[in-house]
Design a protein around this ligand. Sequence first.
Ligand SMILES: [Zn+2]
Ligand SMILES: [Zn+2]
Length: 496
Amino acid sequence: MYECPNCGQNLKFDIARQQMHCDYCDTVMDPYAITEKHTAREVMDPAYTGATDENGKAKPVETMQVHIYTCPQCGGEIVGDVNEAMVFCSFCGASTPLNERMTSIRRPEIIIPFQKTKEDCAREYKKLLNKAMFAPKELKDPKNISGFRAIYMPYWVYDFTRNAAITYSGKHCYHRGNYDYTDHYKVTTNISMEYNGVNYDASSSFSDNLSQAISPYEAKAAKPFTTAFMSGFYADTMDVEPSVYEKEAKDIVCDHAADIVMQNQRSRAYTVEKDSVKRAIDPKTNKSILAMFPVWFMSYKTTDKKGKERVLYSVINGQTGKAAADIPVDLRKYLIGSLILAIPLFIVFNLFLQFRPMILAIAAAAISILCMISLGAQASQIAAKEMGSDDAGLSSINKRNKEYKQALKTREKWEAKSIWKANAIFFFVPLVLCALLVLIKPVQDYYYYVAVIISGVCDCFMLTDIMRRYNKLASRPLPQFKKKGGDDSANINGNI
Ligand SMILES: [Zn+2]
Ligand SMILES: [Zn+2]
């Protein structure tokens, strides 16, 4: 904590003022006027692949001493300079005192201080939920909003440059007489490009789909880091190496630059292939900078049908106010909503089409096939989410584990089997009934209607199962972070 020079109480960073502020005597101070309480210590640690010089040798990085809190339930770690006991965990939602210890972590180089206050955050969260028609009403409980925590998330910020003459290939195809001709060109262009601030989250506990949903951050607004900005706030620790996202960042930059290069080539006689331009651009990564970006973070605990605990995350960009959340669908609300929508649709369709019973039976069978296809697609998505392989950062850590890939495959099979077991009968009954009607062609309409009603009920069961699995995708299993130990945790922060 930072003592107020006037009264000795705790000085905190105040979002509305963008200054350090004392709640007791109203003293206001510039964050840079405060000297860091822990003098940074330079260390040489080859485990930091992020900090290498031009020759690929490990460069010294600065570290800082922080209070780190560990959740006894999930092993999640969070840094806090908050001067109070932590009574709940933001990752798994457990209400339990967290264990505190001092440790040193890599000191970030830049920070975007929080711009959005908790009131802004509450407003954005409400706006988001108002748009979600079928959201369970518990989520809208204002009590939840108090659970939002201001957390600085670690990000890798990449800079790319290339100033050179690049060469790529172009061609011109034409037809003359009985022959096809292709002229090949070698094109050389001078480029001078500079991309700054391409960023990716550097924490495996902050999942990619959430960080993407609240992106972008305006990295240009970042300020030189000083620990005063963290006073009264939390922070997540960096545990994903910068190399994990570097390729993706490079690809985005190349893609954009290639478009510009190609625009300039448009009036030429030849055509240029984008891939060839992208390969030629091949920019240099100047550096990857560790940054702290502001996120309002909330977790909400729920239980699934089998009584297993799940967690829902809501996040809000602390710079722009962009909000994203895991929002499941309330099945009862959804069914009632669909019914209300189905009645006018049915009336409208009836005005234009005559529903013949045979067509209805075929439609029911077709719906059943569509449901099965959609369920099948969910199997691998669910497996990926449950196993964390949809997060590049987390899977870069998991992939070090040999058994992980095997486990992911097993899990996919298991999900597919569970879908099949739950739906096989509802899938086959409409198909069999439809086939019987086509083959026998009974005279009385009565048979058709009974078949259609039975098929319709089967389709409803499948649709409900799709929604149930959608809800599984909209929530997360309780996280289990591996405790430190073993060779892989050679990072200074030991957050693997
Ligand atoms: Zn004071
Ligand atoms: Zn926890």
